[in-house]
Ligand binder design. Structure first.
Ligand SMILES: Nc1ncnc2c1ncn2[C@@H]1O[C@H](COP(=O)(O)OP(=O)(O)OP(=O)(O)O)[C@@H](O)[C@H]1O
Length: 716
């Protein structure tokens, strides 16, 4: 392959910075999070609670030192303000309904402002400042009668004196908690891009040079990786081939995992192979769940692993591998524990002390103890991380202080096609060799801003010619363009291996996505290729539906028209630019009834649609009737699977407009979720005009699916 045109790294990074700035602004404004909630009226607080952003009417009921030396406060409803409706039968106050969840970043503050004695005009200002202050923490648990919030800086290390005093200040006050925009990820992405702008060319790593086209990937080193003895006897040939390739690669290897092909399964073996070769591995993913999924599957293999991340956000099953928990449970952690006890005792004594002077004395002692605690803890953390052959973190977690001076031989990113490129670079700046696993033919991460303006800004050079060539180079750079996708376009398919045996779908469900998107290479494993609903391990009656893997309810003919949501939901601003189709929803509901009547359990069925308006409509029709049935958006269902999936396509109009059904990666996700039964409901007339992909799909369904035409009159 001829050498690609390099993308200058500073230009790339400054473009990303501008795009990230725009995206962050779009996210903050759309999430309506009051990231600087100044003094707010009781009515506003109640509205914030009703819309899921706050929890009001609380008091601090208990405090203890929790994981990582943080103070964990228990906040209960204030008995003085709890209303009748929110009390339990025994009279204890309960929290009203709220949208605060475990892992949320919140600020807790005094509802009245801390009201220091200040005279005149300054009084109001001072009050406002105090009320703004509050103290930030992460929700670790929520219950019926309390929420628990851990204070202190992210990434361990306990509390600062200021935080400490701020928590103390909350005793005896009426307080409230407001959810804050969690912008750690943005901050880390920005810092990384800023670093990339500054690195001088002679200091670029080989991997950076490959990633931006300054050079091509090196030849495979098949000899150095030696013969491979696989520990897992079930691996298929394409999985083995991908592992050999990733071991032999010297800089970059992409593992392309179409739906259900065992991407994670393959990564687990790859990690074990690296460990056997004494390589240190950093494993990252865009979300906590993606990382925990690997920790869960790696832990039984008896490899020393450490998971970095706030314990409140980890799955309970992986907590024992959490760095913060290990700093307390490991032998090395003993020394940290002693000092924690001392801190707890001192903390408790503050409340008993009336004299201000004594209090200040205790605060000073606490400050020293905390310093000592942090030193011991950081040593302990360093040792634990250094001794682990495998360290796991989210991509943004990899930018934390715990990994600052750590070197790894390989960085593996799972679900790489679901991560923003800037997010990947947080873990890649020091990397020598990188393995990315993903599927660029499924949906990329969601991006809210368009980004066009930023790119034009970033490419403004000193002269017009230069600006023109930059604009040309930047054509392939956008937030949605993932690193996985960009590398593939830059260096061609030689840098990837595709997994080809899939363990999810009936052969007939797999056929279209395989032929149209995966070069016809997918093979259904013997265990799944002929599975039908009637073969479920519980009793299911044999019907037209339970013995058929692919059904198409074609609503063509104009009797099933779509509606723009604002026509039907005058006040529903949230739905204003969505679409729905009531008649089609009835076809969906009828199909679900038929499946359930045949004995298929609601828990085995998912109904998905690309439009929120339709989702709202379907939820009204089906949620109460079948609580176990899963209803969701196509985008939200990526990564999931169900025995039976019903897809509602919604679009049906004379203009043949298909909106974002035109995105084939979205349709790929929709049609590859089911194991045994896929039912598509839609108007073939409208949809086949959308794109050649949609035309092929409609032709395919007409020929291969069990084709049905609903009768509008019959449904009403
Ligand atoms: N070689 C194999 N032999 C038998 N079953 C396998 C094999 N590889 C994967 N599987 C099974 O296939 C399923 C999907 O595997 P895994 O969870 O690793 O997939 P994934 O590719 O990460 O998922 P997704 O398709 O959602 O990206 C699992 O049930 C797994 O046990």
């Amino acid at each position: 392959m001829s050498p690609p045109t390099p993308i200058p790294i500073p230009l790339f990074a400054s473009t990303q910075l501008a795009l990230l700035h725009e995206e962050h602004a779009a996210e903050v404004s759309s999430s309506k999070l009051a990231s600087t909630a100044a003094t707010v009226s009781p009515a506003t607080r109640r509205t914030l609670q009703a819309t899921g952003y706050a929890l009001t009417g609380l008091i601090l009921s208990q405090c203890r030192t929790g994981l990582g030396g943080r103070v964990v406060g228990e906040f209960a409803p204030d008995p003085a303000v709890a209303s009748e409706e929110t009390r339990a039968a025994d009279g204890t106050p309960r929290l009203g309904s709220h949208g605060i969840r475990v892992g949320d970043v919140v600020r807790v503050s005094d509802v009245a402002g801390a009201g220091k004695k200040v005279g005149g005009k300054d009084k109001d200002k001072e009050k406002e400042k105090d009320a703004e202050k509050g103290v930030e923490g992460v929700v670790t648990r929520t219950g019926d009668r309390a929420v628990w919030i851990a204070f202190g800086r992210q990434g361990g290390g306990g509390m600062s004196k200021e935080d400490d005093e701020a928590v103390e200040e909350l005793w005896g006050k009426k307080v409230w908690a407001i959810k804050l925009a969690n912008d750690v990820t943005y901050r880390r992405m920005r810092q990384t891009m800023e670093k990339m702008i500054k690195i001088i060319e002679t200091e670029y790593s080989h991997f950076m040079r490959v990633a931006f086209g300054y050079t091509t990937p090196l030849q495979l080193d098949t000899e150095a990786c030696g013969p491979v003895e696989f520990t897992d006897p079930t691996l298929n040939d394409s999985q083995k081939d991908a592992i050999r390739f990733a071991l032999a690669s010297r800089d970059i290897a992409l593992i392309h995992g179409p739906p259900g092909t065992g991407k994670t399964h393959t990564l687990i073996e790859l990690i074990l192979q690296f460990v056997q070769r004494n390589k240190r591995v950093l494993v990252c993913g865009p979300s906590n769940v993606s990382v925990d999924n690997i920790v869960e599957r790696l832990a039984p293999k008896k490899v020393p692993v450490v998971r970095i991340g706030h314990p409140a956000r980890l799955l309970p099953s992986v907590l024992e591998h959490s760095l913060e928990v290990l700093t307390q449970t490991s032998d090395a952690g003993g020394i940290v524990k002693d000092i924690r006890k001392e801190i707890d005792e001192k903390q408790a004594s503050i409340r008993k002390t009336r004299s201000g002077r004594e209090r200040r004395g205790i605060y000073d002692e606490l400050k020293l103890l905390r310093k000592e605690f942090r030193q011991r803890e950081s040593k302990c953390v360093d040792n634990l991380v250094r001794e682990s052959s495998v360290v796991l973190a989210t991509l943004h977690g990899a930018g934390g202080h715990q990994l600052k001076n750590q070197k790894f031989d390989v960085v593996i990113i799972d679900e790489a096609s679901q991560a923003l490129e800037a997010q990947c670079w947080i873990s890649l700046l020091g990397a020598e060799k990188v393995v990315l696993a993903g599927d660029h033919l499924q949906l990329p991460p969601t991006v809210k801003s368009s980004g066009q303006k930023s790119k034009e800004e970033a490419s403004k050079g000193t002269d017009d010619e230069r600006a023109d060539s930059d604009t040309e180079i930047l054509k392939g750079v956008s937030l949605e363009r993932t690193l996985f996708d960009r590398l593939l376009a830059l260096h061609g398919p030689g840098i990837k291996r595709m997994l080809t045996t899939q363990y999810r779908m009936h052969e007939k469900i797999m056929r279209f996505p395989s032929d149209e998107l995966y070069e016809g290479k997918l093979i259904a494993s013997d265990a799944v290729k002929a599975r039908l609903l009637i073969d479920l391990p519980y009793e299911v009656e044999g019907t037209d539906d339970t013995q058929e893997p692919l059904v198409f309810w074609d609503t063509q003919g104009g009797d099933f028209p779509e509606k723009a949501e604002d026509e039907i939901s005058k006040k529903g601003a949230l739905l204003s630019d969505s679409k729905s189709n009531e008649m089609e929803a009835m076809v969906v509901a009828r199909h679900v009834d038929n499946l359930i009547d045949a004995g298929v359990r609601p828990e085995s069925i998912a109904v998905i649609t690309p439009y929120n308006g339709q989702l709202a409509l379907l939820s009204r029709m089906l949620r109460e009737k079948y609580p176990g049935l899963e209803l969701g958006s196509v985008d939200g269902f990526q990564g999931r699977e169900k025995e039976a999936v019903v897809v509602s396509l919604v679009r049906s109009n004379g203009e043949h407009e298909v909106g974002f059904l035109g995105e084939k990666r979205r349709l790929n996700v929709a049609m590859t979720r089911p194991k045994r039964h896929l039912c598509i409901c839609g108007d073939s007339e409208t949809i086949s005009h959308g794109s050649s992909f949609l035309k092929h799909w409609m032709d395919f369904l007409e020929e291969h699916a069990d084709l049905r035409y609903p009768d509008a009159g019959d449904l009403l």
